[in-house]
Design a protein around this ligand. Sequence first.
Ligand code: NAD
Ligand code: UFG
Length: 338
Amino acid sequence: MGRVLVTGGAGYIGSHVMVVLGRKGYRCVCLDNFSNSSPRAVERAQVLAPGAIEAVEADIRDTEALRRVLAGADISSVIHLAGLKAVGESVEKPALYRDNNVRGTQCLLEALAGSGVRTFVFSSSATVYGNATAMPIGEDAPTAPASPYGENKLEIERMLAKLAGEDPSWRVASLRYFNPVGAHESGTIGEHPSGTPNNLMPYVCQAAAGLRGPLRVFGTDYPTPDGTGIRDYIHVMDLAEGHMAALTALPLTPPGTVMTVNLGTGMGHSVLEVVDTFERVNGVKVPRELAGRRPGDVPICYADCSRARQLLRWSSRRTLEDMCRDAWRWQVLNPAGY
Ligand code: NAD
Ligand code: UFG
C-alpha cells in the first residue's frame, strides 16, 4: 500500500485525519505551507501515530515542489484539505481565495497528472448548499453558495467531476462537511483559530476559559424550538474516520467514479443546546448574552447521511456530549493553542 498525500495535513481537520489513518496502518505525507497552522500540530500527530507521518513544507501552488514529492514518496492517493476557509475573509479577498483554493487545486492536479496517482478525496463543505430550505439536506439538493469560499468549493467539485469524466482512471470523493467540532480525545491536537473565533465551539471554549467576553447567541427568533440556530455538529474524529472510509471505498468502485457525500450526523442541535450541554458535561459556566441574528446565517442546517452509510459504510458514532468534552479538554490543556 502506497502512502497518502495529505495536503493541509497540519490543519485542524488534517491533523486528525493523519492520526486516524496512521493508527490504521496507512503512511501519510503531510504537505502544508503552515499559512494557518503550526508545525507542532504535525509533531503531535506524529506522537499519536508513531512512524506513520512524514512532513513536507510546501505550497500546493508550487507545482515543481509537488512533482518532487510525488517522484520520491511512493504516493498512491491524495486527501486534499489545503485551503483558506474563512467565509467573511473570502468576501473581502475573493481573488486571494480563488488563487489559493481553485488555482491551488489546479496546480495539484497538474502535478498529479504526471504521476500514477488517481485516487482523490476532496474537502468540500455544506456551504455549497447555501440557504437550503428542505431538511435534511441530501446531496442532490440544489447548490447555491453564498460566498466566494463556497463558490471555490463548488468550482473544485466540478473540476474534479470533469476530470474523472474525461479520464476514467480517476476515482474521486468530494466530502461535504457539516460543522466539525471537538478534538482528539488525548487533548493534544485540536482547533485553535487565530484571533477571535467566528465559529461557535471555539468561542464557547474560550469564553468558558475566561479568555473572551460572553458568548453572543446570534439570533433568538428563528423558527426553531428555542429560537436559536440549528446545525449538524460532527466530531472531528468521526469526520476523520469518514475520510478513511472514503479511501477504503474508492478503490472498490468502477473506474471514473465521482462520489459526492455529506459528512454529518444527520442530527441538528441549537446554539443553546450546545451551550447547555457544554456546561453540564464539563461543569463550567459559559457566560452568554442574547444578540441579534448574524447576517448570512440560515436558521437550520443538517445533513441527510444515508449516502455515506450506503457508499462509505460509515456513520458518525460520537455524541454532542463527546464533542463538548473533547473540545474542552483540548482548551484546558492548550489555552494558547500550539
Ligand atoms: P485549517 O485552516 O486548520 O487547515 C487548512 C490547512 O491548509 C492549514 O494547515 C493551512 O496552513 C493549509 N494551507 C492553506 N493554503 C495552503 C496552500 N496554498 N498550500 C499548502 N497548504 C495550505 O482548516 P480545517 O478546518 O482543517 O479545514 C480543512 C479543509 O476542510 C479546508 O479545505 C476547509 O475549507 C474544509 N472545510 C472545513 C470546515 C470547518 O468547519 N473546519 C467545514 C467544511 C470544509
Ligand atoms: N453562533 C453564535 N455565536 C457565535 C458563533 C456562532 O450564536 O459567537 C451561532 C451561529 O449563529 C450559528 C451556529 O452558532 O447558528 C453555528 O455557527 P458557526 O459559525 O460555528 O458555523 P456555521 O454553520 O455558520 O458555518 C460553518 C463553517 C462554514 C461552513 C458551514 C457549513 O464556518 O465554513 O459551517 O459547513 F461552510
